[in-house]
Write a protein that binds this ligand. Structure first.
Ligand SMILES: Cc1cc2nc3c(=O)[nH]c(=O)nc-3n(C[C@H](O)[C@H](O)[C@H](O)COP(=O)(O)OP(=O)(O)OC[C@H]3O[C@@H](n4cnc5c(N)ncnc54)[C@H](O)[C@@H]3O)c2cc1C
Length: 486
């Protein structure tokens, strides 16, 4: 029997997608070329929106201790105090901890992860995609209705699908390592040094320090020949301190390349995460935006394979997420120039510093830094929340007296229609396998007209009252299809 979906890559994005697809009722297998989980700390900060995405599936507690992340754009601090809502993300979560939490969730839901299996080729027909993989027991093949490449920046799936990856080449190299046994002053968001060099030292867990060094003019290094001594030498040249005695747990070199896939879907093949967009980690968002790609795609692809997806639903994935990936690639380039262009950039940094003391510019930047500013085109209504994510901490009292935040209602991966009006609830009859109808009242008076609200499975507001029943009927059909009447 062909699978519904083959996901390539058990990084954070592939795992999140596998969980979302399984919640949506799809039969999923993940192919991962590594025999055992990676121990890399890379994505150690999560944006506010990604923390919310984990929360709405009940996963946030599984990450263990975290701290509020510092808000900055290319090293220019952003003052979040004047803003109505907290935009702080979380930091201090090594990427392997996020992956471990997600892997436990995914396997608990029943999805299969096949480790030590590298996808090497695929062939697409009208009905399916036939995937070839190489593993310790030799070649294997399997078919599925859809194939999703979550296989990182060098994605084989993207290349085999012939999807272009336009953008800028990496010109600068950044040496990065996780090190134990060293004492150095922490520079959590990094420090600019004269002439365009930068250094960073950030605490991770269990005495591990993340070190990043870029010396002005440093080109990308070949990872195969890079040694910890190269990094320690560069650190010493810039700071005068020796880290040579440290024990290196992981070493890498990232670049300032920024690219975004020309399309996120071609036929039965889709891309998510780094396979769809790469950028230098100056915004600390690659993992976060990739996880949000997965949350956007998961329910739409599950609806497609289960047969209830309305016409065009799957294509809204590209329409909604590609602009977000392109914006991230642009922002990361801007942030890296702000960071690394030497004294010539000082006046621009000063002006940025002035601008972010005003609520409008600070709010715009905070929206991008936290990803809370992501707004999809979800209809013509006037409500300020339309197209934005529903703030998941808002509380409702249900008819049985239970008090719950919105996040607690999204655990099933279904959409939500929150209303006390039986006439509106009747419009959603027959959609119960994909939409939960919740009768409840808000514990506080929030924006006007929130008596009834339709929230997609990814947490975004698709419709609010006041509005006509025809509008709600149309919106239900657009996102949730037609009722299965027996
Ligand atoms: C130094 C550094 C710091 C960073 N900090 C942050 C941060 O603070 N916050 C943040 O959000 N992001 C950060 N990032 C970015 C983040 O690490 C990436 O965006 C994230 O790992 C992308 O996840 P992914 O699942 O798309 O890809 P990956 O994590 O690259 O996972 C891809 C997986 O696919 C597997 N694979 C590849 N090819 C195949 C194949 N052919 N067959 C089977 N399996 C395959 C790989 O083995 C891998 O497990 C940082 C990156 C770096 C380098």
């Amino acid at each position: 029997m062909p699978r519904d979906v083959i996901v390539v890559g058990a990084g954070p994005v592939g795992l999140m997608l596998a969980g979302e697809l399984t919640l949506g009722g799809a039969d999923v297998v993940v192919y991962e070329r590594l025999a055992a989980p990676a121990r890399e700390s890379r994505g150690a900060s999560l944006t506010k929106r990604t923390a919310e995405c984990f929360d709405q599936r009940g996963l946030l507690g599984g990450l263990g201790p975290t701290e509020p992340a510092d808000a900055h754009f290319g090293g220019v601090p952003i003052d979040l105090a004047p803003l109505a809502e907290d935009h702080h993300g979380r930091r201090g979560v090594p990427q392997f901890r996020t992956e471990r939490m997600l892997e436990e969730w995914v396997t608990g839901l029943g999805a299969e992860i096949r480790r030590g299996q590298e996808v090497t080729a695929f062939e697409e027909t009208d009905e399916a995609v036939r995937v070839l993989a190489a593993g310790p027991d030799g070649p294997a093949e399997e078919s599925a209705a859809y194939l999703v490449g979550c296989d990182g920046g060098r994605s084989s799936v993207r290349k085999l699908a012939g999807i272009g990856f336009p953008g800028s080449e990496g010109r600068r190299g950044f040496l990065s390592a996780d090190v134990t046994g060293i004492e150095t002053r922490k520079r959590r968001i990094g420090e600019n040094l004269p002439g365009g060099s930068m250094i960073m030292a950030m605490d991770l867990e269990n005495g591990v320090t993340r070190i990043v060094v870029h010396e002005a003019g440093m080109a990308p290094h070949d990872r195969a020949s890079l040694t910890y001594t190269d990094l320690a030498d560069a650190w010493q040249r810039l700071t005068g301190e020796s880290l040579h005695h440290g024990e290196c747990r992981w070493l890498g070199c990232f670049t300032d390349a920024s690219r975004s896939a020309a399309v996120y879907r071609r036929g039965r093949v889709l891309l998510a995460g780094d396979s769809a967009h790469i950028q230098p980690p100056a915004m600390a968002q690659g993992l976060s935006v990739g996880v949000q790609d997965a949350v956007n795609l998961g329910w739409k692809l599950a609806a497609t394979v289960r047969g209830w997806a309305p016409e065009g639903l799957l294509d809204t994935y590209d329409a909604e997420r590609r602009p977000v990936g392109e914006q991230l690639a642009r922002n990361a380039r801007a942030a890296i120039e702000l960071r690394l262009t030497g004294e010539d950039m000082d006046p621009v940094r000063e002006i940025m510093g002035e601008l972010v003391r005003h609520e409008g510019p600070a709010g715009h930047l905070a929206g991008m830094v936290s990803n809370l500013g992501v707004r999809y085109e979800l209809g013509k209504g006037e409500h300020p929340l339309l197209g934005l994510r529903m703030p998941p901490g808002r509380e409702l009292t249900l008819t049985d007296g239970t008090v719950t935040p919105v996040a607690g209602l999204l655990r099933t991966g279904h959409g939500l229609l929150i209303t006390t009006d039986p006439a509106l609830a009747r419009l959603a009859e027959g959609l119960e396998d994909r939409l939960d109808i919740v009768t409840g009242t808000w514990n506080q008076a929030y924006e006007p007209g929130l008596d009834a609200v339709l929230i997609r499975p990814d947490g975004y507001v698709a419709w609010t009252s006041p509005g006509t029943t025809d509008e709600l009927t149309g919106t239900l059909a657009r996102w949730f299809g037609t009722a299965q009447r027996s």
